[in-house]
Design a protein around this ligand. Sequence first.
Ligand code: NDP
Ligand code: ZN
Length: 355
Amino acid sequence: MRAVAVRRGETTPKVIDVPRPTPESGEALVRTLRVGIDGTDHEVVGGTHGGFPDGAEHQILGHEAVGIVENPNGTRFDAGDLVVPTVRRPTEDGNGYFERDEPDMAPDGAYVERGIVGAHGYMADYFTSYERYLVGVPDDFATHGFLTEPVSNSEKAFEHAYASRSAFEWSPESALVLGNGPLGLLTLSMLVGRDDFDRCYCLGRRDRPNPTIEIIERLGATYVDSRETPLPDVPDAHESIDFIYEATGHAPHAFETVHALAPNGVGALLGIPGDESFEVEGGRIHREMVLENKALLGSVNSNVEQYKAARETLSAFPDWFIDELITGVYDPEEVERAFETGDDVIKTVVEFDTV
Ligand code: NDP
Ligand code: ZN
C-alpha cells in the first residue's frame, strides 16, 4: 500500500510502498480517507519535533485522520463505520494515564504519538488501531472529520480554562484568539459558536486582503493586527479580555496575556515556542495575577471524551467555514504540494480515498 513518509536523513515527505498492516486482537483495520496537515507535521518532516519509531528507517506521517472501518476484527465497530483515531499510545509497559483514559496528561516518555514521536502515523492507505483509541463519527464527516483532532485540543483547553474559573460565578463576555493559523481559526469558530461570548477577537499579522481575515470577519469577530496593536495594547485599543487563547507560539504572548486579561480572566497557552529568551516585567505580571485573580494554563493533546465533544462542535460548524478553511486537497503522489505554505494556504489535506 501507499504511505507518505519521511526517510531518515531526509526532510521532504515521499510516497513509499509498505505492507498493509494486519490488525492484532483488539485492533480494527481502517481504510484511510483523509489526513490533515498541521504545523507539527512540518516540524516532524523538518526533524525539529518528534522522532522515528525505534529502529525504523522511515516514519509514516499524519496524526489528523478520518477513515472507514474495513475489518472490525471483533471490535465494537461494524465494517463501513466512519472513525477518527486519537494520537497518543502508551509506551510498552503502559501506565495509569492510559488506564484512566487521560493520555493527554501523561508526561514526556510515558507515551508515543502516532505520526509524531515513536510511532507511525495515519498517512497511508490503511492503518490499524485498538478500538479504545477510535471514536465513531457521523457519515457526513468523511470530508472534514480529520478536523476532530485539532478541535479536540481546544475542547481540552476550554475544559481546563473553565475548570480554573469554576470556584466562583464567572461570566465571561469577551474572548481573544492569538494566531490566525488553522488552530486559531478553528478555535475562533468554536468560541463564536458558544453562547458565552458577546465579543470575539483574533490576532494576526497579515495584510488585507487575506483569506484568514475574511474568515475572521465572516465569523463576526474583530481582526486585530499585532503590527498595529500588539497584545499589551489590546485593553486600550479594544477592551480587557476575559478569555485569551494563545495559538501563535510567539513566546512573549504568554506573559503579555496576563496584562491583556480582565480581572478574573484566564489565558490558555497552546502555541509551542522555541528556546528564545527575553526580558519580562516579572514583578508586575506576578502582582497582576495575584491581585486580579488571573489564571494562566498550558494545554496539550486531548482525550477521547474531548474528541466526542469535538464531534458535536464540528457538526455545528457552518459549511462555508469548513469550505474556506480547507484550501487544498491532494493525492498522496502530490504530497510535496500539500506541504507548501503561502498566504492563501490555510489547511491542506492528503486524500487517500473517498467513501
Ligand atoms: P501556524 O503556525 O499555522 O499558525 C500560527 C499563526 O500565528 C500564523 O498564522 C502566524 O501568522 C501567527 N502569528 C505568529 N506570531 C504572531 C504574532 N506575533 N502576532 C500575530 N500573529 C502571529 O500553527 P497552527 O495554527 O497549526 O498551530 C498554532 C500553534 O499551536 C503552533 O505553535 C502549534 O505548534 C501549536 N499546537 C499546539 C497544540 C496543543 O495541543 N497544545 C496542538 C496543535 C498545535 P503568519 O502566518 O502570518 O506568520
Ligand atoms: Zn494536529
